[in-house]
Structure formats: structure tokens, C-alpha cells
Design a protein around this ligand. Structure first.
Ligand code: ZN
Length: 104
């Protein structure tokens, strides 16, 4: 599997550290035990599209929000968490070039 880092271009997934679901970006406010239990322990295990956090530890040291399909293993998008995820810097352009055979 190759992940299109928005800063480094397409890289082998072994350059990255997998952290987990994007749910970790949404910390609960306050001290509601049920909210913290859900935040720390409850996760979906979808067969299909998922969004996860990956750290490019052997590259630019950026946190990425990667959209991928757990059935086909297709990586659909990768964005910098620091850019805000949605609408931020994207690896989508790199993916489009990979699919069209162009250089990234
Ligand atoms: Zn990178």
C-alpha cells in the first residue's frame, strides 16, 4: 500500500506509523465518563471506507488523515491534519497523477 503524503509524494506504508481512527481528533469536552469511555475504547470496524490517522515518521514527520477502503485497500485521499483535514492540503492531486500514470 502506498500513501500519498501531501508533502513527500507517494510513499510505502512502512514509512508511516498507524495511530488509529480519526475519532482521536475529537476529544470530549468536560469530564463525562461515558464520553471519555467512548473516546478511548469504542470504535467501529467498518468494511469499506474509513478515515485514520497516520504519522509519516520516516519522512516529513507530519500527521495525515488518510481515507482508505478496508475491503479493497485503496487509498482514496490523504490530508495534513495540521491543515485542518477537510479542505486542507491534500494528497488527492498526487493520487490523480498516480492513477493517470503521471509523475507526482
Ligand atoms: Zn511526508
Amino acid at each position: 500500500m502506498r500513501i500519498p503524503c501531501p508533502l513527500c509524494g507517494p510513499r510505502d506504508r512502512r514509512e508511516f506509523f498507524y495511530y488509529g481512527s480519526e475519532d482521536y481528533l475529537n476529544r470530549p469536552v468536560g469530564d463525562d465518563p461515558a464520553a471519555w469511555d467512548a473516546y478511548l475504547h469504542l470504535r467501529d470496524n467498518p468494511a469499506g471506507e474509513t478515515r485514520d490517522l497516520w504519522y509519516h515518521e520516516m519522512g516529513c514527520a507530519s500527521w495525515l488523515l488518510v481515507t482508505r477502503n478496508t475491503v479493497t485497500h485503496a487509498v482514496l485521499d490523504a490530508r495534513l491534519v495540521a491543515a485542518g483535514g477537510e479542505g486542507g492540503a491534500s494528497g488527492g492531486d498526487i493520487l490523480a497523477k498516480m492513477k493517470s500514470g503521471g509523475a507526482a
